[in-house]
Design a protein around this ligand. Sequence first.
Ligand SMILES: [Zn+2]
Length: 275
Amino acid sequence: MDRRKPRSPARTWLVAGFVVAGMTLPVSAAKAGTIPDNKLGWSSCLWPAGKTITVAADPAYPFPDNSYSDRLNEAIVRWDGVLRTSRRANTVVRVPDGPADVLIQYRPLEGTDTTDVLAETYLERQGDTTFTTNIGVCPDRKPAAHSMQAVQIRLAPRTDWFAGADDATANWENCGGGTFRAVNPGLCAATVDFASTLTHELGHALVFYHPQTLDEIDKIAVTQADSASAQARCVEASNEFQPQATMCSGQGQWRAEQRTLETWDIETMHRAYDQ
Ligand SMILES: [Zn+2]
C-alpha cells in the first residue's frame, strides 16, 4: 500500500482475508477519544484478540549494527505500551532473530524507482497465500473482518540513516539549519531517522492507515480543517513537523518526532483494538 518517503521524506507497506466472527472480548474500558471515528486510521484487519505479536529481525537481512536493533526494541515498546491497554489486550514483543509474526528485513525494496522510499510493509491475512502491499484489502474504518497472519517490513539499506538514541536526536535535528550543517558535516550526513520509520511501519503492521490516505479516499484536501491529516497534525496541514502523528505519511529530513506516538496514533489504536 503505501511507501514512506523522506520529505523530501517516505514509507510503505503490504497487506494480507478472512472473517473472524463471534470473538469474545474481555470487558475493559474503551477510551473515550477526542477525534471523530471517521478521521482515525483504523481498518478491518486486526491481529487475533489477545495474541502476543512477535517481532524479529530476519537473520538473512541483518542490521548494519546494534544501534539499529536497539531502535527496533524502542519502537516495539512504544506500540506495546498502548496496545496492551486495548480491549483486545494484544501485546507486541521482540523475539530472537528468526521466524516471527512480524519480520524486519534490512533489504532493498521491491520495484524500481524507490530511492526516496524508506520502507515498505507487506501484509498477509489468514486465508491469503501471499503478501501484499495493498492496504485496500483491509477496508478502512470498517468493523473487524480480517484476521492478520503475518507481516514483513523492509527497511531500505541506505548510507544516510540516523540510528542514534533518543538523547541524541535534539542535536541531530539541528542539522535542519544550514549553518549547523556546514560545521557538522559528519553528524548531518545522516538525513533520515531509522527509529521514526520503524515506529511508523510497526503502525502499518497493526494495519493502520495514513491520515493522508483517508483524506484521499474521502476527497478532502489535507489542508481542510476537518481533514484526517489536520486531526493528525501532519506537516501538510500544520506546516510544522514537531506535532505530527507517527502515522503521517511523510517523514522530514533531520526529523525524529515520529519516534513517539501522538494522540491520533493512540486513538486510532483504540478505535481498532477496542473492537
Ligand atoms: Zn506509511
